[in-house]
Design a protein around this ligand. Structure first.
Ligand SMILES: [Fe+2]
Length: 256
């Protein structure tokens, strides 16, 4: 089966010779790499990198049980079930699957569960017991360079989170083209991966993330994340890896 028709990225009459835009070429490369990879039987649920009670009192064990053990697990089960009916998409890494199923802004049915599965893995690893406080070394210097000060960054992150309407995510991302950090928000399952940004930190702004611990007080939830939960160690590792793709110049981010 040809690439054009199997995942409906183009009208059935499309020809490979018509694939002129960079975006479509990128989608095709991603899809081809999925096809060359050894077949993935099913995606699996990873445990967070700490015990489920380790983020208390800022995020309760009950929330982790419901959020990771319930919602995150359900996204995965729905994804595996959907892929069972469409095995042409098997073989993708989860990052590739998210990008391919985003389908240049016309998402395929598998996108929401694939993206939410990826977003939550990234979220658990964006937190740590005893987190918050200040980043160090190159991450702090890059934040100061791009936001003016760490306090400016914090204010921007909190404001962006609190102006997220409905369900969504707030992110600290590294913009590849601009070679700078930026705070962005996305709706529902959308992740900056699909725009080829490099995520550094994310925060879940779906109600299921905070309702048990904070009821409707989103501001307390966001401040607790920033002051006590965010993992600047994870940010440092991710920034270090990102430097393989983005030349940030000075300061140099050390690989953790
Ligand atoms: Fe969530």
């Amino acid at each position: 089966m040809g690439w054009c028709s199997c995942i409906n990225l183009f009208p059935p009459s499309c020809q490979l010779s018509e694939l002129k835009s960079t975006m479509y070429e990128r989608q095709k490369k991603l899809f081809d790499s999925c096809q060359r990879a050894s077949k993935v039987v099913a995606y699996r649920l990873k445990t967070p990198p700490y015990k489920l009670d380790a983020l208390e009192p800022y995020m309760s064990q009950r929330t982790l049980e419901l959020h990771w053990g319930g919602h995150h697990r359900q996204y995965l089960e729905y994804l595996n079930r959907a892929l069972g009916k469409n095995d042409i998409l098997y073989g993708c890494t989860i990052d590739e699957l998210v990008k391919v199923t985003y389908n240049n802004g016309s998402p395929l049915p598998e996108f929401n569960n694939a993206a939410q599965f990826w977003n939550h893995d990234f979220f658990w690893e964006s937190m740590q017991p005893g987190g918050g406080k200040m980043p160090e070394l190159g991450v702090l210097q890059q934040i100061e360079k791009d936001f003016g000060s760490f306090n400016n960054f914090k204010e921007k992150f909190v404001e962006t989170a609190l102006t997220t309407f409905g369900s969504g995510w707030v992110w600290l991302v590294l913009k590849k083209e601009e070679r700078r950090l930026e705070v962005v928000k996305t709706s529902n399952a959308v992740t900056p991966l699909v725009w080829d940004d490099i995520p550094i930190i994310n925060l879940d702004m779906w109600e299921h993330a905070y309702y048990l611990d904070y009821k409707g007080d989103r501001e307390e939830y966001v401040k607790a994340f920033m002051d006590h939960l965010v993992s600047w160690n994870a940010a440092m590792s991710r920034m270090g890896r990102a430097e393989a793709f983005v030349n940030l110049g000075e300061p140099k981010i050390p690989v953790a």
